[in-house]
Design a protein around this ligand. Structure first.
Ligand code: CA
Length: 233
C-alpha cells in the first residue's frame, strides 16, 4: 500500500517543520502550503489522503479553505487551532472538518489523530463495500433499513430519537459532530433547549449502549463541542 499523502497547511515555518519532520519519520508522504490559496491549489491538484489545516492563515480564514475543499471533496480535514476558543473549532467542524488539534500539541497527539482518521477511512471503505444498509462496529450492529440496532446480538430498545441519534453518529463514525449539526439533523433546528435535550437523549442512549456509561467506548464526548462515535475493535 502507498504511504498516505498528507497536505500540511501552516504558515508558521517552525510549526510546519515540526509537522513535516514528524510525518517523514513516521512513514507518511507530505505536501505543504503556507497560505489558503496554495492549500486549495495543492488539494485540488494532488488529491491528498488527509489535510492538516491551520485555521489562522495570512490570506484567508481556514474555514473558507474548508468550504472550498468541501465543494468538491470529502477528503478528511483535521484543523489545527492556536486559539483555544471552542467557537473556532465548532465553526470549522460545522464547515465540514473531521477533527481538530489544539496548539500546542505533541507529536504523539498529532500521530494519534492521523491514525484515528486513517482507521475511519479504512472502516468507511469496508462498510461501503460490505453493505450500505447495515453498520457494524465492535459488538454494535445498526440495521438502517430495518430500523433496529443490536448489541452483542441483543436488540436495543431505543426510542425513535435515540435510534436517529445512533444512525447519525454511526453514519459519521470517527468524525466529531457538533451540537448544532446533531440538533439540526434530529430536530431541524438548533435552539438552546435542543442542545439541553440532546444531552438527555445522549445520556439515555449511552445507558443502553455502553457497558459503563461513565467510561464510554462507543460515543465520545467533546465538552462544549459535540460527540463522536469511535471505532471499537
Ligand atoms: Ca497560523
Amino acid at each position: 500500500m502507498n504511504k498516505p499523502l498528507i497536505l500540511v497547511v501552516e504558515d508558521d515555518p517552525p510549526v510546519r517543520n515540526l509537522i513535516t519532520t514528524t510525518l517523514k519519520t513516521n512513514d507518511y508522504r507530505y505536501l505543504s502550503a503556507g497560505s489558503g490559496e496554495a492549500a486549495i491549489m495543492e488539494a485540488s491538484s494532488h488529491n491528498p489522503d488527509i489535510v492538516l489545516l491551520d485555521l489562522g492563515l495570512p490570506d484567508m480564514d481556514g474555514v473558507q479553505v474548508i468550504e472550498k475543499i468541501r465543494s468538491w471533496s470529502n477528503l478528511p480535514i483535521i484543523v489545527i487551532s492556536a486559539r483555544s476558543e471552542d467557537t473556532d473549532k465548532i465553526e470549522a467542524l460545522d464547515a465540514g472538518a473531521d477533527d481538530y488539534l489544539t496548539k500546542p500539541f505533541s507529536v504523539e497527539e498529532l500521530l494519534a489523530r492521523l491514525r484515528v482518521t486513517q482507521r475511519r477511512l479504512a472502516f468507511m471503505t469496508d462498510q461501503v463495500a460490505a453493505s450500505g444498509s447495515v453498520f457494524v462496529n465492535g459488538k454494535l450492529r445498526v440495521d438502517y433499513a430495518g430500523g433496529c440496532a443490536f448489541l452483542d446480538g441483543q436488540e436495543l430498545h431505543l426510542t425513535p430519537i435515540e435510534f436517529k441519534l445512533l444512525c447519525l453518529l454511526s453514519k459519521n463514525a470517527g468524525k466529531v459532530l457538533t451540537h448544532t449539526f446533531i440538533t439540526q439533523n434530529i430536530w431541524g433546528r438548533s435552539w438552546e433547549n435542543d442542545v439541553a435535550s440532546l444531552r438527555v437523549f445522549m445520556a439515555t442512549l449511552r445507558k443502553k449502549l455502553e457497558a459503563d456509561p461513565d467510561a464510554p467506548q462507543y460515543i465520545q464526548t467533546h465538552i462544549g463541542v459535540g460527540y463522536r462515535m469511535m471505532k471499537v475493535e
